[in-house]
Design a protein. Structure first.
Length: 201
């Protein structure tokens, strides 16, 4: 549900390894994030670097717990390539789905896998009331799973209706009939302090 923000890797990974002097590692992490399961060979081609350079950079990422190796891919012959993915606990995002009388909150890890999902049978009189409620539930999940500010990278919100997705504004929605031109993006960003993406259901 969360769109991949260009600077989310740097925001989430406040690690000395990922300073400006290590731009190659940041680019490698982005590639692995964009397509989970990339192999060393694929990374080398994408970055136009040698096999030795790829091996050295991946070893740094593995050694610092930033990526993990998955089950090797079956190959017709020779050495089986090993797909890579980000370590699941590197960062987390949350997905909010709100309908009239029903809503759901999902917590996702760095591999976009669901850590926990909760549903609610609530009717909210206004958008502000609904988003206040969901913000409080996000705070509870963050506390339960010990998600620090550094590892909390963003929120995605899904709603039916007429939306200005670019600016994060709900022009009109059957979920919040009393509200018009409600700026969800600004409301949640002020509450939670992270990027917010609005999507149409």
């Amino acid at each position: 549900m969360m769109k991949k923000h260009a600077k989310s890797i740097e925001t989430a990974l406040k690690n000395e390894l990922l300073s400006r002097k290590n731009n190659k590692l940041v680019r490698m992490l982005r590639l692995i994030w964009e397509k989970r399961g990339r192999t060393r060979n694929e990374l080398g081609k994408a970055l136009n670097i040698s096999k030795v350079a790829v091996r050295n950079e991946v070893e740094k990422l593995l050694g610092n717990g930033l990526v993990i190796e998955n089950v090797p891919i079956r190959a017709a012959g020779g050495r089986r390539p090993t797909p890579l993915s980000l370590s699941p606990g590197l960062f987390y995002s949350f997905g909010i789905y709100i309908r009239r009388g029903w809503s759901m909150l999902s917590m996702l890890d760095a591999c976009s896998k669901t850590v926990e999902r909760i549903t609610f049978n609530e009717n909210f009189a206004t958008a502000a009331e609904g988003l206040e409620f969901m913000s409080s539930q996000i705070a509870k999940l963050r506390k339960k799973h010990a998600v620090s500010d550094e590892k909390f990278i963003g929120v995605g919100v899904s709603l039916p209706g007429i939306l200005d997705q670019k600016n994060g504004i709900v022009i009109s929605s059957p979920t919040f009939k009393k509200d018009r031109d409600f700026d969800i993006k600004s409301f949640l960003k002020n509450k939670l302090g992270v990027p917010v993406v609005l999507m149409n259901d």
